[in-house]
Write a protein that binds this ligand. Sequence first.
Ligand code: NAP
Ligand code: F7E
Length: 323
Amino acid sequence: MKNVALITGITGQDGAYLAEFLLAQGYEVHGMVRRSSTENFERIDSIRERLQLHQADLLDQLSMVRLLEATQPAEVYNLAAQSFVPTSFAQPLLTGEFTALGVTRMLEAIRQVNRNIRFYQASSSEMFGRVQEEPQTETTPFWPRSPYGVAKTYGHWITVNYRESFEIFACSGILFNHESPLRGKEFVTRKISDAVARIKLGRQDKLLLGNLDAQRDWGFAGDYVRAMWMMLNQESADDFVIATGIKHSVREFAQLAFAHVDLDYQDFVEVDPDLLRPADVQTLCGDCTKAREQLGWSPEVSFEALVRMMVDADLQRVQRETD
Ligand code: NAP
Ligand code: F7E
């Protein structure tokens, strides 16, 4: 019999990579999608026929209970969330509903329908915020710096709490930033790779950015979804930091991306004060020793390869769109 997995947030970057990965492992893959007046399934277009999609919403508890009853998954990957930090400052209450309480709704649905379901929660390095030590590990204290980070911190602890209270196999993956050609264009890496392609092909003439000195530990999304699956397929539930252990600044990302197409970022990048955040996370760098040792996980794509991959994919796409 096939293993059955349910992914919330299947239309997002990680959902698309995870769905593809689980299909390759022989899973029957179900995806939760929210109702929209126009479908946004671009990221899962190439595997659409092999997936079973169901409408439900993180705001609607009953829809999640019904979804679990209908699909009977062995594993639930809770990737759905309001995931953009600036939007969390503009819409803090909605972010709390989706990103924090949505986790409890899913955990309650699991408690009600089948406590043997294994649960993965998409936690975030944003919980470390104003970092208390470097590099950050599973035991570093949290100090979130945005409503998003605060909501994720709630999601993390409620996952731990349901594991301890109800013996649910619930894991929290504390993932550092991970990117790919499927990354949303509002996030800084994809904003840069898209702009580099458009500037190179004469479709844009400058790029406005915010805090160029912010540092992130950037990895490749394809590597990170593998870690999610590894967490749910070990003997006991636990929490893991997933990171590369190497940090770079936004400026370095831009420098490398422009250099890849023989341009100098200083000729095109301008700082727009409106893009600065009320409180930013200045630096993040993770230590994934626990994941290396207990899961046997390690990242395969380097920072330099990631930048090249994203710029090349955007060059091809912009070229296609303008042909
Ligand atoms: P993403 O591209 O923004 O995708 C978010 C997904 O959540 C989309 O499929 C979205 O659906 C869905 N969603 C949002 N609100 C929903 C609701 N009310 N009901 C049902 N679905 C809803 O995010 P991602 O980069 O793939 O990240 C996946 C998860 O990991 C998120 O929880 C994110 O916060 C977390 N995370 C990401 C990173 C990273 O670097 N990428 C790092 C750590 C943690 P629509 O398509 O309908 O909008
Ligand atoms: O910003 C700076 C910005 O929006 C990174 C989400 O997936 O990863 C992501 O959150 C840094 C910040 O990602 C621009 O101020 C400069 O310091 O790409 P980002 P994020 O906020 O780190 C974590 C782990 C998640 O969990 C989140 O869901 O880049 N920055 N200039 C800019 N950022 C953006 N977006 N746009 C700029 O123009």
